[in-house]
Design a protein around this ligand. Structure first.
Ligand code: PLP
Ligand code: COI
Length: 364
């Protein structure tokens, strides 16, 4: 029995959707975040009235008053999750309730109204159903980008009284363009991402704006991603620009930086901790310093390291660069335990393995 929708959604089908032939061509090699589907979901919020006016409508530019608060004070949050095509022609999401909860937490930190979990989930289901033809086959997926921003035209610095929540969808392949099987990372020693008490644990656009200069520096040094250190001691590894990080030691145990308000509580991170425990692998959520990282890579105590997140899935880290020079982890390529964990995760996400934790949400 399907649940009644928390708000009725009005459907405005696209008058001239992309043709099946053009769509098929776009889906051959979509890259990440450049190919968009025909529709979007919009829901409005106004103080006093609450959430209203839920629509599935043609994806199109949105009219915005130049005084809209988001354009001045960056009151904006977002989420990212993927829909997968199943062998029987259906579609699934991976732990979308966790994204709904994190979206509420991000909203709280940015002084925005909480979107009810049922409305968040319904917005994803509605968009995936109408744009189901855009879910790529094979290794691809449909990346959902729910986001919300302050739309009130007002220049005073205060929480907006109006918000627009939107979901767009993008057919995607791999996040990294590199053809190597491991990525290189640049340790940012000049810029930090988040300080205690700040917005590091929230998924707000401002965190990513603040990471761009460091990411550009990483690219200048020939690296795929930036790694941030903690803002207090500039010593402890925190996370990458858009991913969490794990270290695999020579006894098979793993270390990942603890959640303490300055890093994003990744859903992939949490899932991997559970999958590791299922396999009897010890995971310590404890601080790990850049010096330790370098020393362990040199001594061979560190066997593997990987980045993880929705976009990156599990991506091995091969080379680490900083102002103090380079070092390589293992042979600079992917390792066995990383591969095993990635297979375990992806097989659940793609319904190829039993979903023992009830993580898979069936859309249709
Ligand atoms: N850290 C940052 C800064 C991110 O942007 C992301 C991606 O969403 C992650 C970690 C991983 O989070 P998740 O596994 O929920 O996608
Ligand atoms: C995600 O993985 O969903 C993110 O938001 C990270 C970004 C690199 C796209």
């Amino acid at each position: 029995m399907s649940q009644p929708l928390p708000l009725p959604f009005t459907h405005q089908p696209h008058p001239s959707p992309v043709s099946p032939e053009h769509r098929a061509a776009l889906l051959v090699n979509p890259g990440f975040g450049r190919v968009f589907t025909d529709h979007m979901v919009t829901i409005r919020y106004t103080d006093g009235q609450g959430w209203h006016d839920a629509k599935v409508e043609p994806r199109a530019p949105i009219p915005l008053d130049p005084a809209a608060a988001v354009l001045h004070y960056a009151q904006e949050i977002f989420e990212g999750l993927k829909a997968y095509r199943t062998a029987d022609g259906g579609a699934t999401l991976f732990r979308p309730e966790e994204n709904a909860r994190r979206f509420q937490e991000s909203a709280r930190r940015l002084a925005m109204p909480a979107l009810p979990e049922s409305l968040f989930l319904a917005s994803l289901d509605e968009l995936i159903k109408v744009d189901r033809a855009w879910i790529p086959d094979g290794d691809g997926s449909l990346y959902l980008r729910p986001f919300m921003f302050a739309s009130e035209p007002f220049l005073g610095v205060k929480p907006s009284s109006e918000y627009l929540y939107i979901v767009i969808a993008s057919s995607v392949g791999a996040y990294f363009k590199t053809t190597a099987d491991a990525v290189s990372v640049w340790v940012s020693q000049d810029y930090t991402r988040a300080a205690p008490g700040g917005t590091g644990a929230a998924k707000c656009g401002g965190n990513y704006a603040a990471s761009l200069l460091a990411q550009a520096e990483a690219s200048r040094h020939g690296c795929d991603q930036v790694v941030f250190l903690d803002a207090v001691e500039r010593k402890w590894v925190e996370e990458l620009g858009g991913m969490n990080v794990f270290f695999i030691l020579d006894d098979g145990s793993m270390v990942t930086p603890p959640l303490g308000g300055t890093i994003l509580p990744g859903i992939t991170r949490a899932s991997l901790i559970t999958l590791a425990a299922d396999r009897g692998i010890t995971v310590r959520e404890e601080p790990y310093s850049l010096d330790q990282w370098r020393a362990d890579a040199a001594s061979g105590r560190l066997r593997e390291a990987f980045a993880c997140g929705t976009a990156a899935v599990l991506t091995p880290i091969g080379t680490v660069r900083s102002h103090e020079g380079d070092f390589t982890i293992g042979n600079g390529r992917s390792g066995l335990q990383t591969e095993e964990l990635r297979t375990a995760l992806v097989d659940i996400q793609r319904s190829r393995a039993a979903d023992g934790h009830g993580w898979v949400h069936r859309v249709f």
